[in-house]
Design a protein around this ligand. Structure first.
Ligand code: HEC
Length: 209
């Protein structure tokens, strides 16, 4: 009697253990799938962000080198938005691109609540981490039409100081244009390596393989 009870107990124990191991492996598998999908979204987001950034940086640098920071300022003012739209046009349909910041210059670039969440994440990590994360991801839209927001952080570099720096780095003529064009400007006073803002790339879920 006792022997039968013991054998039953061992068999039951093995079944429970077996189920627990299966559940654990399934969960691991799902986590791995999730991480792989996240990596794919990030890879695509980065690629699209760079299509836009490379174009903007190349054109801005050329104008500044050939005509100086005042012409560069006017160039950014007149063309930054058009360059964003041109990048969207060259990418698969449904992809959206925006530059935004908590301290924005152009009120048209002001952040939405979802963007504020991402911007605050980077503000915090740039202050507290030696190597801040390379991106931030969000799922938006409804379950029928999910979309992903990929955020790429932008850091202040030497060149940016002409137009986003301090009195010692912003030429007086640029300062004058700033006051004329953007009386509510929040985007000065930066130092090199400061977190400046993000490029946001929205990718419809159906574009993720
Ligand atoms: C020649 C002047 C100039 C330089 C150099 C410059 N910017 Fe700007 N920046 C502007 C102007 C003007 C705007 C507003 C134009 C717009 O997007 O409508 C702007 C807007 C931005 C925005 C969009 C959010 C906002 O504030 O409206 C970001 C982000 C930004 N700049 C980051 C940078 C970074 C990073 C660098 C250096 C790599 C840089 N800028 C260099 C003039 C400049």
């Amino acid at each position: 009697m006792i022997r039968i009870a013991l054998i039953t107990l061992v068999i039951l124990g093995m079944m429970v253990l077996g189920s627990a191991i299966t559940l654990y492996l399934l969960k691991e598998h799902r986590l791995q799938q999730h991480a792989e999908r996240e990596a794919t979204i990030a890879e695509i987001g980065e690629k699209y962000a760079m299509v836009f950034l490379r174009n903007l940086r190349r054109q801005r640098l050329r104008v500044i080198k050939e005509q100086g920071p005042v012409a560069g300022f006017e160039f950014c003012s007149d063309n930054a938005l058009a360059i964003t739209l041109a990048a969207e046009d060259s990418l698969p349909s449904g992809v959206k691109i925006k530059r935004t910041s908590l301290k924005y210059r152009n009120p048209d670039n002001a952040p939405s609540p979802a963007e504020i969440e991402a911007l605050e994440f980077f503000e915090d990590t740039f202050q507290h981490q030696f190597t801040p994360p390379e991106y931030y991801l969000q799922t938006i839209g409804d379950s029928l039409h999910p979309r992903y927001n990929y955020y790429k952080p932008l850091k202040i570099e030497g060149l940016c100081m002409h137009c986003h720096g301090t009195e010692t780095t912003i030429p007086p003529k640029v300062q004058q244009l700033l006051t004329d064009y953007y009386p509510e400007d929040k985007a000065t006073g930066y130092q090199p390596n400061d977190f400046r803002g993000v490029v946001r790339v929205t990718i419809p879920a159906e574009l993720i393989p």
